[in-house]
Every structure is written in C-alpha cells, then in structure tokens.
Write a protein that binds this ligand. Structure first.
Ligand SMILES: [Fe+2]
Length: 123
C-alpha cells in the first residue's frame, strides 16, 4: 500500500497519519504558531475531494526534482460515485509551495470534468 492508497482507505489510522504528517511539516517549515494547509476548491462539485496536505506536496516536490518529466496523478473521487484525476508536474508543485493559486483541469468522466483550484494557505 502506497501513501496515497493509505489515505484513500479513510481509516482512523490514516487520519492519524495525516495529522502526524501535517504536524511534522508545520514543525519543519512554519513559523511557530502558524499552520501550513493546502486549500482546494472543486468547481461544480458533487462529492469529490482532493486529499493532499503540505507534507504530500513537499514529498512530491522532492521526488519531482529527482525524476525528469515527473508527473503525479491524484484521484479526486472522494465520496462521488465516479472518479476523476488530476496530474501535478514539478512546476505546478513548485507553484503550490510558493503559495501561488494553481488551477487544474480534472480528467473527464461521465461527460464532465472539474476545475480544481489549489493553494497553500498559511494560518
Ligand atoms: Fe464529477
């Protein structure tokens, strides 16, 4: 089981791991008292969810620096009955880390696709 399928499992263990990774990333990168979150908005949403946190973004960015042509495909199915995916390349991961708003198009399924807005948010 890889990290992403681990999170998809939705178990209490997975939620605990997500919280732990968020705490770790905040200790490493945030000013004390701040939290680094990944906000996302899915246009015309019907149960889809982008489940990534700052730790995921940092891990993917590091991987992307080591692999030419790196692309990560991420499911946004959430609780919807049908899947969609988005892909992130090295430049897009860097945009997220630089707190720029990223607009992505999901794959098309059942005759539609979704725009997905992603932005790092420091609170
Ligand atoms: Fe959909």
């Amino acid at each position: 089981m890889n990290r992403r399928s681990f999170f998809k499992a939705g178990s209490k263990v997975a939620m605990g791991a997500a919280v732990a990774s968020q705490i770790t990333i905040n200790k490493a990168f945030a000013v004390p008292g701040e939290q680094i979150l990944i906000d996302s908005k899915i246009e015309s949403n019907h149960g889809h969810l982008l489940n990534i946190d700052a730790a995921d973004v940092i891990v993917l960015l590091r991987k992307s620096q080591a692999v030419e042509g790196f692309v990560e495909t991420i499911s946004i199915q959430g609780e919807s009955r049908h899947p969609h995916e988005i892909t992130l390349n090295a430049d897009q991961l860097l945009m997220i880390v630089l707190a720029e708003e990223l607009s992505l198009a999901s794959t098309a399924v059942s005759g539609h696709a979704h725009s997905v807005l992603v932005k790092m948010n420091v609170q």
